[in-house]
Write a protein of this length. Structure first.
Length: 146
């Protein structure tokens, strides 16, 4: 029996970025869901229960940090890993281990414009780490080494 593809929710208010990420992720074998703001992202997360969320920080209505705060309040979805994709990280200084801090928890951050191979590598590592944790509750340190 073939394994089901992992589902990734991409939340970004830029239609061009959604299109690029959708294409990259599908070619890499992932199932993709899209939302263009944080509020829609919360609703899709509750309904779709993705394996991972790629999240822009700067969005209207509900920004990425507000999204993470809302996500962490929801019992059924609070442990879904998040990777930030943002222009807030200097592309020339992005060495692949930058983080975005939200309420004392560090989440992996990735600079836009995106580098396909590095982003896909980070996604695989994050999904593998989650699978290896096999249901253990995340701590504030779980995201700091990414």
């Amino acid at each position: 029996m073939k394994n089901e593809p992992k589902k990734i929710l991409v939340i970004d208010d830029n239609p061009g970025m959604l299109k690029v990420l959708n294409k990259w992720l599908k070619v890499a074998g992932y199932e993709v869901a899209e939302a263009w703001d944080g509020r829609m992202g919360i609703e899709l997360t509750k309904r779709e229960k993705p394996d991972l969320i790629l999240l822009d920080i700067l969005m209207p209505a509900m920004d990425g940090k507000e999204f993470v705060r809302s996500l962490r309040k929801e019992k059924d979805i609070k442990d879904i890993p998040v990777i930030f994709i943002t222009v807030c990280i200097d592309l020339e200084k992005d060495e692949g281990h930058e983080t975005i801090e939200v309420d004392g928890i560090h989440y992996p951050g990735f600079a836009k414009p995106l580098h396909n191979a590095r982003l896909l590598s980070l996604i695989r590592k994050t999904l593998n780490r989650r699978a290896n944790q096999s249901g253990s509750a995340p701590s504030s340190d779980d995201h700091s080494d990414q």
